[in-house]
Design a protein around this ligand. Sequence first.
Ligand SMILES: Cc1cc2nc3c(=O)[nH]c(=O)nc-3n(C[C@H](O)[C@H](O)[C@H](O)COP(=O)(O)OP(=O)(O)OC[C@H]3O[C@@H](n4cnc5c(N)ncnc54)[C@H](O)[C@@H]3O)c2cc1C
Length: 384
Amino acid sequence: MSPSYDVIVIGLGGMGSAAAHHLSARGARVLGLERFGPVHNRGSSHGGSRITRQSYFEDPAYVPLLLRAYELYEDVERATGREIAALCGGVMVGPPASRTVSGSLRSATEWDLPHEMLDAREIRRRFPTLAPKDDEVALYEKKAGLVRPENMVAAHLQLATRQGARLHFEEPVLRWEPYRYGVRVHTCENTYTAGQLVICPGAWAPRLLTDLGVAFTIERQVMYWFQPKHGTRPFALENHPVYIWEDAEGVQVYGFPAIDGPDLGAKVAFFRKGAVCTPDTIDRTVHEEEIQAMADHMSRCVPDLPGAFLKAATCMYSNTPDEHFVISRHPAHPESVTVACGFSGHGFKFAPVVGEILADLALTGTTRHPIGLFAPSRLTAAPA
Ligand SMILES: Cc1cc2nc3c(=O)[nH]c(=O)nc-3n(C[C@H](O)[C@H](O)[C@H](O)COP(=O)(O)OP(=O)(O)OC[C@H]3O[C@@H](n4cnc5c(N)ncnc54)[C@H](O)[C@@H]3O)c2cc1C
């Protein structure tokens, strides 16, 4: 019997919602299956803001994907009227040899991206809320800024629905398997068939992708919102860049302007440094000593920020051993299954272009985008 759908997408978070949009835009019959409701806060795609930037310290190989992601932010904004990106500028701060500074400069140079190098004095002059040490420098990128995760997921779901995708919420997938004409997917309510399967499981990757052979580490992360000591004006979007700040010990902290009005403060978080967890065991309580540790850290680099503590929220990273993504045909099921996982705490800014790549892979088996860095074979032990 021929399958009922062209493509089933498992997981409608950051990546799955984008895949459902791009697949349905190309006329595929799409079924999306999500264990929670639309735009929920129990995975990795919530908390109001995500940094986006092009001078990518992680690896210059990400830059072409970022250039495309920026085009797609505008497409999604135009198609839905929702605010997706706010490019307020960004500074990558640290000692000159730090990965944050030297890696950003490498990408900017290799791809000829507009940027400025600022010494400590110039950082203080341009951005008076920032208090770098004398030996710290920054790469300033005018086109860096933030994207709005909830708006982006909602927009992709809206577009997918408009284009005829069937999206089922509160319907967890229990298991899936290949069959003669594609894949069979079992949920608590039904069994569905499709020619192609796209799996975007976020922190549930260890459960849904047992035969991928990648050792994921799921990490608890905390986002903190503080009321700036002297009011939000100096932290307003029009006055303040996003920042990633690496200290001499290699600890990275990042933060945002105050984007949600005067009462909601500005958000900061540590990049990594989280406790290992699973989606079932994550401690959702944010403890007094964690809040104090963050306030102490910020008082050294953005001293006006940690006034009153307003709120905190937890979120999960899905790390691969080398912190690069996995985007690929499934090596054990290359005819019918595509995976996008292990986004290692830096994936959201890529969501629209990942959706485009997943649609390419599921519908044609290949993509024009450079995704060699994301092959799972780099992480799976070679047979002895
Ligand atoms: C605190 C924090 C800060 C971050 N900051 C940045 C940043 O500044 N810039 C940036 O680019 N990235 C950032 N990231 C990373 C980025 O947000 C993630 O890489 C991205 O959201 C991952 O999207 P995803 O689709 O893989 O996961 P998710 O959005 O979590 O989606 C996975 C979905 O799969 C569903 N699912 C799982 N199992 C099943 C099942 N069995 N059946 C049905 N559905 C299922 C889940 O419910 C979930 O909705 C940050 C992440 C966190 C947590």
